[in-house]
Design a protein around this ligand. Sequence first.
Ligand SMILES: [Zn+2]
Length: 123
Amino acid sequence: MHELSVTQSMMDLVLQYADGHPVTVINLKLGEMASVVAESVELYFEYLSKGTPAEGARLNWEIVPMEMTCRACGEKAELQEWAGERPQLIVASVLERGCRCGSHDLRVTDGTGFAVASLEIEG
Ligand SMILES: [Zn+2]
């Protein structure tokens, strides 16, 4: 249900930008931490785009990795050691370990969004 409204908003934006021209590719940025399932967006898109200039367009996904930043010193946390783990577990681990400066006040600063990056339009 969540993805339906997300896909509807995406479609509104795409059709507005395309201004009636056929859309061939939609480049999307999806954060690793975003609560959006790409497969669901693909399904809703196929359904919602029928009969619009975006029908048949390919969705091109760029996955934006999670980033965590220390609020005390501004340093970005090293996340490589948890590569492949669930993002929730990474956040918990980083908060528990804390920053090199001793602070445990870290925030997720990237990798949570979902956005249309660009469009490829025919003609
Ligand atoms: Zn720090």
